[in-house]
Ligand binder design. Structure first.
Ligand code: SF4
Ligand code: SF4
Length: 292
């Protein structure tokens, strides 16, 4: 049976984080079952982009510090690294349907085989994540040896069911994880800890809608699209440089997208430091199909 530790931690104060991380490890059998003296240990925080810790887009440095200290205290060596974002954009381009992209993420996870996965859910991000949303205090740190079980518990924490998250669906279909009911949650009670009004991204809600809709032939016209907010745009061209199919051009130093060729990966929104890319639903979708 997969185990997930769910530990309360209300702030990023280092002593509090260290205590919570110690609890996570002890729920999972003790850190010395994973780390041996002399081992090289890679810690991969989420370093999505250059953001301040309080913006909640990246793993908070206190979490990385607490884990690194613990590893070093056992006589192991620490390496801290993340994968370059440009690879993700390339993968989006090559696999621009949700199922293939989810399969690819599961494949990468199976290839890397993380020894233990820790989730910083002290300040989560709701709304237009992963970078343009709003911090939302949840006050938890989670950990598991099984990364998919960790995602199942984290999804439940924000009121999502497992079948709404494509990577979990694919991992489950591939026999890599059980259902929530079969996962042992150690520490806090997941149901009473779960947040009922966590705001989801526009894109996520619409993917759910289109997945179940019989109107698939209209999808390209109805799908949400990136819209540039020129009052915030500085013309830095990061969006165009990272757009996988290269469909953003510039007119008078303002980005313009060719929507017929846009694959709706939303890398442009994810990467824009000025929050100058918003994801909007077309008028037809708002008027007739969506009432949120
Ligand atoms: S990344 Fe943002 S600020 Fe830079 S050009 Fe694109 S929309 Fe404008
Ligand atoms: S314009 Fe934005 S959403 Fe469209 S393909 Fe380029 S990066 Fe992706």
């Amino acid at each position: 049976m997969e185990k997930v530790a769910l530990v309360k931690c209300d702030s990023y104060q280092i002593s509090q984080v260290e205590e919570a991380i110690a609890h996570v490890f002890s729920f999972l059998g003790g850190i010395d079952t994973f780390i041996k003296p002399g081992m090289n240990v890679l810690i991969k925080p989420n370093l999505l982009m250059k953001k301040k810790p309080e913006e909640a887009a990246t793993t908070h440095p206190s979490i990385v510090e607490a884990i690194a200290k613990k590893v070093v205290s056992l006589g192991a060596n620490v390496i801290i690294a993340d994968s370059p974002g440009v690879l993700k954009a390339e993968y989006h381009f090559r696999m621009n349907n949700t199922k293939d992209f989810s399969d690819l993420l599961v494949d990468i996870c199976e290839c890397v085989k993380p020894g233990i996965s820790i989730m910083d859910a002290i300040e989560a991000m709701e709304g237009e994540g992963p970078s343009s949303g709003t911090p939302r205090h949840l006050g938890f740190i989670l950990g598991s040896v099984n990364p998919y079980a960790l995602d199942i518990a984290a999804s439940r924490l924000i009121g999502l069911s497992s079948n709404q998250v494509f990577t979990i669906v694919r991992a489950s279909e591939r026999g890599l994880v059980s259902q929530l009911q079969q996962i042992e949650i150690l520490g806090e009670d997941i149901e009473s800890s779960s947040v009922k009004d966590f705001k989801l991204p526009v894109v996520f809600r619409d993917i759910q809608f289109f997945k179940s809709s019989v109107l698939k032939f209209l999808v390209n016209y109805l799908k949400p699209r990136p819209v540039f907010q020129y009052d915030r745009c500085t013309g830095c061209r990061d969006c165009a440089n990272h757009c996988p199919p290269k469909v953003i051009s510039f007119k008078d130093n303002r980005p313009v997208v060719d929507l017929k060729k846009c694959i709706r990966c939303f890398c442009c929104q994810e990467l824009c430091l000025q929050k100058a890319v918003e994801i909007k639903k077309p008028w037809l979708t708002r008027k007739f199909f969506w009432h949120h």
